[in-house]
Design a protein around this ligand. Structure first.
Ligand SMILES: Cc1ncc(C[n+]2csc(CCOP(=O)(O)OP(=O)(O)O)c2C)c(N)n1
Ligand SMILES: [Mg+2]
Length: 384
Protein backbone atom coordinates (compact mmCIF):
# COMPACT_ATOMS: atom_id res chain seq x y z
CA UNK A 1 0.00 0.00 0.00
CA UNK A 2 1.46 3.45 -0.89
CA UNK A 3 2.43 5.45 2.21
CA UNK A 4 -0.02 8.30 1.46
CA UNK A 5 -3.01 5.96 1.31
CA UNK A 6 -1.86 4.23 4.44
CA UNK A 7 -1.70 7.53 6.33
CA UNK A 8 -5.09 8.50 4.99
CA UNK A 9 -6.53 5.29 6.41
CA UNK A 10 -5.20 6.20 9.82
CA UNK A 11 -7.22 9.44 9.93
CA UNK A 12 -10.40 9.92 11.93
CA UNK A 13 -11.82 7.07 13.93
CA UNK A 14 -8.92 4.78 13.12
CA UNK A 15 -6.58 7.07 15.07
CA UNK A 16 -6.63 5.12 18.27
CA UNK A 17 -4.77 2.46 20.13
CA UNK A 18 -7.17 -0.42 20.35
CA UNK A 19 -7.29 -4.18 20.58
CA UNK A 20 -8.22 -6.32 17.63
CA UNK A 21 -10.12 -9.32 18.92
CA UNK A 22 -9.08 -12.55 17.29
CA UNK A 23 -11.41 -15.53 17.13
CA UNK A 24 -8.84 -17.96 18.49
CA UNK A 25 -7.43 -19.04 21.80
CA UNK A 26 -5.04 -21.84 22.55
CA UNK A 27 -6.94 -24.68 24.12
CA UNK A 28 -5.17 -27.49 25.97
CA UNK A 29 -6.94 -30.84 25.91
CA UNK A 30 -6.37 -33.73 28.28
CA UNK A 31 -8.97 -36.47 28.90
CA UNK A 32 -7.36 -39.42 30.70
CA UNK A 33 -4.38 -38.55 32.86
CA UNK A 34 -1.47 -40.57 34.25
CA UNK A 35 -3.24 -41.01 37.57
CA UNK A 36 -6.19 -42.72 35.91
CA UNK A 37 -8.61 -39.78 36.14
CA UNK A 38 -11.10 -39.64 33.30
CA UNK A 39 -13.00 -36.55 32.22
CA UNK A 40 -16.22 -38.28 31.23
CA UNK A 41 -17.69 -35.21 29.54
CA UNK A 42 -14.80 -35.14 27.12
CA UNK A 43 -14.41 -38.90 26.62
CA UNK A 44 -14.67 -39.54 22.87
CA UNK A 45 -17.05 -42.17 21.59
CA UNK A 46 -14.68 -44.79 20.22
CA UNK A 47 -15.76 -48.37 19.57
CA UNK A 48 -14.17 -51.12 21.67
CA UNK A 49 -12.64 -52.71 18.58
CA UNK A 50 -11.00 -49.49 17.52
CA UNK A 51 -9.62 -48.86 21.01
CA UNK A 52 -8.12 -52.34 21.09
CA UNK A 53 -6.68 -51.97 17.58
CA UNK A 54 -5.04 -48.70 18.54
CA UNK A 55 -3.57 -50.25 21.67
CA UNK A 56 -2.25 -53.20 19.69
CA UNK A 57 -0.56 -50.87 17.23
CA UNK A 58 1.04 -48.86 20.04
CA UNK A 59 2.35 -52.01 21.68
CA UNK A 60 3.69 -53.39 18.41
CA UNK A 61 5.44 -50.10 17.67
CA UNK A 62 7.08 -50.07 21.11
CA UNK A 63 8.32 -53.65 20.83
CA UNK A 64 9.43 -53.24 17.22
CA UNK A 65 11.36 -50.09 18.18
CA UNK A 66 13.17 -52.07 20.89
CA UNK A 67 13.97 -54.87 18.44
CA UNK A 68 15.29 -52.44 15.84
CA UNK A 69 17.54 -50.84 18.45
CA UNK A 70 19.09 -54.25 19.17
CA UNK A 71 19.48 -54.94 15.47
CA UNK A 72 21.18 -51.59 14.90
CA UNK A 73 23.59 -52.33 17.76
CA UNK A 74 24.34 -55.69 16.13
CA UNK A 75 25.10 -53.95 12.82
CA UNK A 76 22.13 -55.55 11.04
CA UNK A 77 20.41 -52.26 10.15
CA UNK A 78 21.61 -48.65 9.93
CA UNK A 79 20.74 -45.56 11.92
CA UNK A 80 17.09 -44.91 12.70
CA UNK A 81 14.98 -42.58 14.84
CA UNK A 82 13.19 -44.11 17.83
CA UNK A 83 9.47 -43.65 18.42
CA UNK A 84 9.37 -44.63 22.09
CA UNK A 85 7.07 -42.29 24.04
CA UNK A 86 5.29 -40.85 21.01
CA UNK A 87 3.00 -43.78 20.16
CA UNK A 88 -0.21 -42.06 21.33
CA UNK A 89 0.54 -38.86 19.42
CA UNK A 90 0.91 -40.88 16.24
CA UNK A 91 -1.73 -43.58 16.60
CA UNK A 92 -4.35 -41.23 18.08
CA UNK A 93 -4.06 -38.94 15.08
CA UNK A 94 -3.50 -41.33 12.18
CA UNK A 95 -6.34 -43.60 13.28
CA UNK A 96 -8.87 -40.88 12.44
CA UNK A 97 -7.86 -40.88 8.77
CA UNK A 98 -9.76 -42.84 6.16
CA UNK A 99 -7.76 -45.15 3.90
CA UNK A 100 -8.02 -42.72 0.96
CA UNK A 101 -6.62 -39.83 3.03
CA UNK A 102 -2.88 -39.17 2.91
CA UNK A 103 -0.24 -39.68 5.59
CA UNK A 104 2.97 -37.71 5.18
CA UNK A 105 5.64 -38.80 7.67
CA UNK A 106 8.92 -37.41 8.88
CA UNK A 107 11.58 -39.91 10.06
CA UNK A 108 10.15 -40.91 13.48
CA UNK A 109 6.72 -42.15 12.41
CA UNK A 110 7.09 -45.90 13.04
CA UNK A 111 3.75 -46.04 14.86
CA UNK A 112 1.85 -44.03 12.21
CA UNK A 113 3.32 -46.24 9.47
CA UNK A 114 2.47 -49.37 11.47
CA UNK A 115 -1.13 -48.17 11.74
CA UNK A 116 -1.46 -47.51 8.02
CA UNK A 117 -0.04 -50.97 7.34
CA UNK A 118 -1.94 -52.76 10.09
CA UNK A 119 -3.66 -55.19 7.70
CA UNK A 120 -0.21 -56.60 6.89
CA UNK A 121 1.84 -56.01 10.03
CA UNK A 122 4.70 -58.33 9.08
CA UNK A 123 5.16 -56.87 5.60
CA UNK A 124 4.99 -53.34 7.03
CA UNK A 125 7.79 -54.14 9.47
CA UNK A 126 9.84 -55.83 6.74
CA UNK A 127 9.67 -52.63 4.72
CA UNK A 128 10.67 -50.47 7.67
CA UNK A 129 13.65 -52.76 8.25
CA UNK A 130 14.61 -52.61 4.58
CA UNK A 131 14.39 -48.82 4.65
CA UNK A 132 16.52 -48.64 7.80
CA UNK A 133 19.05 -50.98 6.22
CA UNK A 134 19.39 -48.65 3.24
CA UNK A 135 17.30 -50.47 0.63
CA UNK A 136 15.13 -48.15 -1.40
CA UNK A 137 12.59 -50.94 -1.78
CA UNK A 138 11.62 -50.16 1.82
CA UNK A 139 10.29 -46.78 0.68
CA UNK A 140 8.25 -48.02 -2.25
CA UNK A 141 4.50 -48.16 -1.74
CA UNK A 142 1.52 -49.19 -3.78
CA UNK A 143 -0.25 -46.41 -5.63
CA UNK A 144 -3.46 -46.90 -3.70
CA UNK A 145 -1.72 -46.76 -0.31
CA UNK A 146 -1.66 -42.95 -0.03
CA UNK A 147 1.36 -42.83 2.25
CA UNK A 148 4.34 -40.65 1.43
CA UNK A 149 7.85 -42.01 1.91
CA UNK A 150 9.89 -41.04 4.96
CA UNK A 151 11.34 -37.55 4.70
CA UNK A 152 14.58 -36.76 6.52
CA UNK A 153 15.22 -33.09 5.63
CA UNK A 154 13.49 -31.38 8.54
CA UNK A 155 10.19 -29.69 7.52
CA UNK A 156 10.49 -30.44 3.79
CA UNK A 157 7.55 -32.84 3.97
CA UNK A 158 5.24 -30.12 5.31
CA UNK A 159 5.40 -28.32 1.97
CA UNK A 160 4.80 -31.55 0.09
CA UNK A 161 1.74 -32.18 2.25
CA UNK A 162 0.23 -28.77 1.55
CA UNK A 163 0.78 -29.24 -2.19
CA UNK A 164 -0.94 -32.59 -1.94
CA UNK A 165 -3.84 -31.10 0.01
CA UNK A 166 -4.17 -28.27 -2.48
CA UNK A 167 -4.31 -30.91 -5.22
CA UNK A 168 -7.02 -32.79 -3.34
CA UNK A 169 -9.06 -29.61 -3.02
CA UNK A 170 -8.50 -28.67 -6.68
CA UNK A 171 -9.60 -32.12 -7.85
CA UNK A 172 -12.46 -32.12 -5.34
CA UNK A 173 -11.17 -35.51 -4.24
CA UNK A 174 -12.24 -35.04 -0.61
CA UNK A 175 -8.94 -36.46 0.67
CA UNK A 176 -7.49 -35.01 3.85
CA UNK A 177 -3.71 -34.83 4.32
CA UNK A 178 -2.02 -35.42 7.68
CA UNK A 179 1.58 -34.31 8.04
CA UNK A 180 3.94 -35.06 10.94
CA UNK A 181 6.83 -32.93 12.15
CA UNK A 182 8.63 -32.04 15.38
CA UNK A 183 9.05 -29.03 17.64
CA UNK A 184 12.38 -28.20 16.02
CA UNK A 185 10.75 -28.23 12.59
CA UNK A 186 8.74 -25.13 13.51
CA UNK A 187 11.95 -23.08 13.26
CA UNK A 188 12.39 -23.92 9.58
CA UNK A 189 11.27 -21.61 6.79
CA UNK A 190 9.54 -24.54 5.10
CA UNK A 191 7.17 -24.87 8.06
CA UNK A 192 6.10 -21.21 7.83
CA UNK A 193 5.67 -21.26 4.06
CA UNK A 194 3.62 -24.42 4.32
CA UNK A 195 1.43 -23.01 7.09
CA UNK A 196 0.81 -19.83 5.14
CA UNK A 197 -0.12 -21.49 1.85
CA UNK A 198 -1.98 -24.25 3.63
CA UNK A 199 -4.21 -21.65 5.22
CA UNK A 200 -4.47 -19.07 2.47
CA UNK A 201 -5.70 -21.74 0.06
CA UNK A 202 -7.87 -23.30 2.81
CA UNK A 203 -6.39 -26.72 2.17
CA UNK A 204 -7.57 -29.86 3.98
CA UNK A 205 -4.28 -30.26 5.88
CA UNK A 206 -3.83 -31.50 9.46
CA UNK A 207 -0.48 -30.25 10.75
CA UNK A 208 0.54 -32.63 13.55
CA UNK A 209 3.44 -31.20 15.53
CA UNK A 210 4.93 -33.73 17.92
CA UNK A 211 6.52 -31.55 20.55
CA UNK A 212 8.79 -34.14 22.14
CA UNK A 213 10.69 -31.38 23.99
CA UNK A 214 13.95 -31.92 22.11
CA UNK A 215 15.40 -31.27 18.66
CA UNK A 216 18.41 -33.57 19.01
CA UNK A 217 20.21 -31.73 21.88
CA UNK A 218 18.31 -28.42 21.65
CA UNK A 219 15.58 -28.20 24.30
CA UNK A 220 12.16 -26.82 23.46
CA UNK A 221 12.87 -23.65 25.53
CA UNK A 222 15.80 -22.74 23.30
CA UNK A 223 13.85 -23.40 20.12
CA UNK A 224 11.40 -20.50 20.35
CA UNK A 225 10.17 -17.76 22.67
CA UNK A 226 6.55 -18.80 21.94
CA UNK A 227 4.73 -20.13 24.99
CA UNK A 228 3.13 -22.84 22.89
CA UNK A 229 3.87 -24.12 19.41
CA UNK A 230 0.16 -24.29 18.63
CA UNK A 231 -0.09 -20.49 18.79
CA UNK A 232 2.03 -20.26 15.65
CA UNK A 233 -1.11 -21.35 13.79
CA UNK A 234 -2.85 -18.11 14.78
CA UNK A 235 -0.41 -16.03 12.78
CA UNK A 236 -1.61 -17.86 9.70
CA UNK A 237 -5.29 -17.57 10.51
CA UNK A 238 -5.91 -21.19 11.36
CA UNK A 239 -6.92 -22.86 14.61
CA UNK A 240 -4.16 -24.31 16.74
CA UNK A 241 -4.75 -26.65 19.65
CA UNK A 242 -2.41 -28.13 22.22
CA UNK A 243 -3.16 -31.63 23.46
CA UNK A 244 -1.64 -34.02 25.96
CA UNK A 245 0.22 -36.09 23.40
CA UNK A 246 0.57 -39.04 25.77
CA UNK A 247 -3.20 -39.26 26.09
CA UNK A 248 -4.54 -41.31 23.19
CA UNK A 249 -8.10 -40.13 23.83
CA UNK A 250 -7.17 -36.43 23.76
CA UNK A 251 -5.17 -36.79 20.55
CA UNK A 252 -8.01 -38.72 18.94
CA UNK A 253 -10.68 -36.22 19.98
CA UNK A 254 -8.69 -33.19 18.78
CA UNK A 255 -7.93 -34.89 15.48
CA UNK A 256 -11.58 -35.77 14.95
CA UNK A 257 -12.51 -32.10 15.22
CA UNK A 258 -9.69 -31.03 12.91
CA UNK A 259 -10.60 -33.59 10.27
CA UNK A 260 -14.29 -32.72 10.42
CA UNK A 261 -13.32 -29.09 9.77
CA UNK A 262 -11.06 -30.03 6.86
CA UNK A 263 -13.73 -32.24 5.28
CA UNK A 264 -16.29 -29.46 5.47
CA UNK A 265 -13.95 -27.23 3.48
CA UNK A 266 -13.07 -25.05 6.48
CA UNK A 267 -9.35 -25.41 6.03
CA UNK A 268 -6.39 -26.64 8.04
CA UNK A 269 -5.66 -27.07 11.75
CA UNK A 270 -2.43 -27.37 13.66
CA UNK A 271 -2.35 -29.85 16.54
CA UNK A 272 0.54 -29.64 18.97
CA UNK A 273 0.95 -32.96 20.76
CA UNK A 274 2.85 -32.33 23.98
CA UNK A 275 4.86 -35.49 24.43
CA UNK A 276 8.38 -36.67 25.16
CA UNK A 277 11.15 -38.49 23.33
CA UNK A 278 11.85 -41.13 25.96
CA UNK A 279 14.82 -42.64 24.18
CA UNK A 280 17.57 -41.60 21.79
CA UNK A 281 17.12 -39.02 19.03
CA UNK A 282 18.56 -41.61 16.67
CA UNK A 283 20.88 -44.54 17.24
CA UNK A 284 23.76 -42.12 16.58
CA UNK A 285 22.84 -40.05 19.65
CA UNK A 286 23.75 -40.17 23.34
CA UNK A 287 21.23 -38.06 25.28
CA UNK A 288 22.99 -38.60 28.63
CA UNK A 289 25.44 -35.94 27.43
CA UNK A 290 22.83 -33.19 27.38
CA UNK A 291 19.77 -34.07 29.49
CA UNK A 292 19.13 -35.13 33.06
CA UNK A 293 17.91 -38.63 33.97
CA UNK A 294 15.51 -37.00 36.38
CA UNK A 295 13.68 -35.28 33.51
CA UNK A 296 13.35 -38.58 31.63
CA UNK A 297 12.05 -40.31 34.73
CA UNK A 298 9.44 -37.61 35.25
CA UNK A 299 8.14 -38.06 31.71
CA UNK A 300 8.34 -41.86 31.91
CA UNK A 301 5.60 -41.67 34.53
CA UNK A 302 3.37 -40.01 31.95
CA UNK A 303 4.19 -42.38 29.10
CA UNK A 304 1.35 -43.32 26.75
CA UNK A 305 1.34 -47.12 26.63
CA UNK A 306 0.77 -47.77 30.35
CA UNK A 307 -1.75 -44.92 30.27
CA UNK A 308 -3.96 -46.48 27.58
CA UNK A 309 -3.61 -49.90 29.19
CA UNK A 310 -4.92 -48.41 32.44
CA UNK A 311 -7.88 -46.90 30.59
CA UNK A 312 -8.67 -50.20 28.84
CA UNK A 313 -8.40 -52.07 32.13
CA UNK A 314 -10.80 -49.60 33.76
CA UNK A 315 -13.22 -50.24 30.90
CA UNK A 316 -12.69 -53.99 31.35
CA UNK A 317 -11.57 -54.37 27.75
CA UNK A 318 -8.13 -55.62 28.72
CA UNK A 319 -6.44 -57.45 31.59
CA UNK A 320 -2.89 -58.61 32.26
CA UNK A 321 -3.56 -62.00 30.73
CA UNK A 322 -4.82 -60.47 27.50
CA UNK A 323 -1.81 -58.17 27.37
CA UNK A 324 0.52 -61.15 27.81
CA UNK A 325 -1.20 -62.96 24.93
CA UNK A 326 -0.88 -59.88 22.76
CA UNK A 327 2.80 -59.55 23.67
CA UNK A 328 3.35 -63.14 22.47
CA UNK A 329 1.52 -62.57 19.20
CA UNK A 330 3.48 -59.41 18.53
CA UNK A 331 6.77 -61.09 19.40
CA UNK A 332 6.02 -63.80 16.83
CA UNK A 333 5.13 -61.22 14.17
CA UNK A 334 8.36 -59.31 14.79
CA UNK A 335 10.33 -62.56 14.57
CA UNK A 336 8.71 -63.35 11.21
CA UNK A 337 9.43 -59.84 9.97
CA UNK A 338 13.11 -60.04 10.93
CA UNK A 339 13.50 -63.41 9.21
CA UNK A 340 11.80 -62.20 6.06
CA UNK A 341 13.94 -59.05 6.11
CA UNK A 342 17.13 -61.12 6.37
CA UNK A 343 16.07 -63.21 3.34
CA UNK A 344 15.06 -60.28 1.25
CA UNK A 345 18.05 -58.12 2.09
CA UNK A 346 20.32 -61.02 1.14
CA UNK A 347 18.69 -61.09 -2.31
CA UNK A 348 18.76 -57.32 -2.67
CA UNK A 349 22.43 -57.01 -1.71
CA UNK A 350 23.38 -57.79 -5.31
CA UNK A 351 21.36 -54.82 -6.43
CA UNK A 352 23.43 -52.21 -4.62
CA UNK A 353 24.24 -50.57 -7.95
CA UNK A 354 20.62 -49.44 -8.23
CA UNK A 355 21.50 -46.58 -5.87
CA UNK A 356 22.95 -44.82 -8.92
CA UNK A 357 19.69 -45.11 -10.85
CA UNK A 358 16.67 -42.79 -10.91
CA UNK A 359 18.72 -39.68 -10.06
CA UNK A 360 20.17 -38.35 -13.33
CA UNK A 361 19.04 -38.98 -16.89
CA UNK A 362 22.74 -39.05 -17.77
CA UNK A 363 25.03 -40.10 -14.98
CA UNK A 364 27.81 -37.52 -14.25
CA UNK A 365 31.42 -38.69 -14.61
CA UNK A 366 32.21 -38.63 -10.90
CA UNK A 367 29.24 -40.88 -10.10
CA UNK A 368 30.08 -43.18 -13.00
CA UNK A 369 33.54 -43.56 -11.46
CA UNK A 370 32.05 -44.46 -8.07
CA UNK A 371 29.64 -46.87 -9.73
CA UNK A 372 32.48 -48.65 -11.56
CA UNK A 373 34.47 -48.88 -8.36
CA UNK A 374 31.54 -50.43 -6.47
CA UNK A 375 30.84 -52.85 -9.34
CA UNK A 376 34.41 -54.17 -9.11
CA UNK A 377 34.13 -54.46 -5.34
CA UNK A 378 30.84 -56.36 -5.55
CA UNK A 379 32.25 -58.71 -8.16
CA UNK A 380 35.21 -59.41 -5.92
CA UNK A 381 32.91 -60.07 -2.97
CA UNK A 382 30.67 -62.46 -4.90
CA UNK A 383 33.62 -64.52 -6.24
CA UNK A 384 35.16 -64.92 -2.75
C1 LIG B 1 16.99 -29.37 6.87
C2 LIG B 1 17.64 -30.19 7.93
N1 LIG B 1 18.46 -29.59 8.81
C3 LIG B 1 19.07 -30.32 9.78
C4 LIG B 1 18.87 -31.68 9.86
C5 LIG B 1 19.51 -32.48 10.97
N2 LIG B 1 18.48 -32.86 11.93
C6 LIG B 1 17.90 -34.07 11.90
S1 LIG B 1 16.72 -34.23 13.05
C7 LIG B 1 16.94 -32.67 13.64
C8 LIG B 1 16.13 -32.15 14.79
C9 LIG B 1 14.69 -32.06 14.51
O1 LIG B 1 13.99 -31.89 15.71
P1 LIG B 1 12.41 -31.94 15.77
O2 LIG B 1 11.84 -31.20 14.62
O3 LIG B 1 12.02 -31.52 17.12
O4 LIG B 1 12.04 -33.47 15.52
P2 LIG B 1 12.42 -34.74 16.41
O5 LIG B 1 13.71 -35.27 15.87
O6 LIG B 1 12.53 -34.33 17.82
O7 LIG B 1 11.33 -35.72 16.17
C10 LIG B 1 17.95 -32.04 12.92
C11 LIG B 1 18.42 -30.68 13.19
C12 LIG B 1 18.02 -32.26 8.89
N3 LIG B 1 17.75 -33.57 8.90
N4 LIG B 1 17.42 -31.50 7.95
MG1 LIG C 1 11.57 -32.74 18.76
Amino acid sequence: MPVATHLHNLQGEDMARKTIDLPYQIEYLSIFDEEGNLDEDLEPDISDDLLLDMHRCMLLSRRFDERMLNMQRQGRIGTFALVQGQEASQVGSVAVLQAEDWMVPSYRETAAIAWRGRQQPVETMVKLLLYNAGFYQGSASEREEHNFPTSVPVSSQILHAVGLAYGSKYREAGEVVMVYFGDGATSEGDFHEAMNFGSVFQTPTIFVCQNNQWAISIPREEQTESKTLAQKALGYGMPGIQVDGNDLLAVYAATQEAIARARKGDGPTMIECVTYRLSLHTTADDPTRYREDEEVERWAEREPLTRIQNYLKQKELLDDKAIEKLEDEIKAQIKDAVEEFENRSEELKDQALTMFEHIYAEIPAYLQEQRDELAIELEGASSE
